[in-house]
Design a protein around this ligand. Sequence first.
Ligand code: SF4
Ligand code: SF4
Length: 184
Amino acid sequence: MQALTNRAKQVDRAPMSFMEKMYLPAIIKGMSITFSHIFKKKPTINYPEKTRPFSPVFRGMQILNRDAEGRENCTACGLCAVACPAEAITMEAAERQIGEENLYREEKYAAKYEINMLRCIFCGLCEEACPKDAIYLSETFTPADYQRKQFIYSKNDLLIPHPQENPEAYKKALGNRGNKTTVN
Ligand code: SF4
Ligand code: SF4
């Protein structure tokens, strides 16, 4: 067969020695490497039972925020969508009706709010652009999934639990953010 280049090298097929045929040196060498790791400090942890401390600048999954009374902060102004470099955010605005004052803080709210997590680069610009403290990047990982459509997060996926109806889950979603949730 004609060679494509002249860089081909003849493989050295020297016959194996008796010890090499026993594979003992190779096995002993391999086992010694394995045993040398037994007493070393493990670089891995038993996640999720144990978690590593987050960096102060860690940015995880987005959360749509509520105020202390449980009303949705988002007023569907669209600034987060404009700021998003990945064009990952879409929303539809609706007007608050009489009697819905306990649900939405502003007169306009997001009837539909979606983030395409396959596009999101967790830059945090949506959080910075928001004038209503309505969105923030939490300390929660985006869960893995097998289907692309599962990564289109709807408002229900993103909305923080109600602080009065489900205070435990609300506190967990806030994480170290704690008292940073403000009412503008
Ligand atoms: S974190 Fe960045 S990329 Fe992700 S939705 Fe917000 S602005 Fe877009
Ligand atoms: S999350 Fe903030 S920036 Fe985005 S639409 Fe709602 S209020 Fe506006």
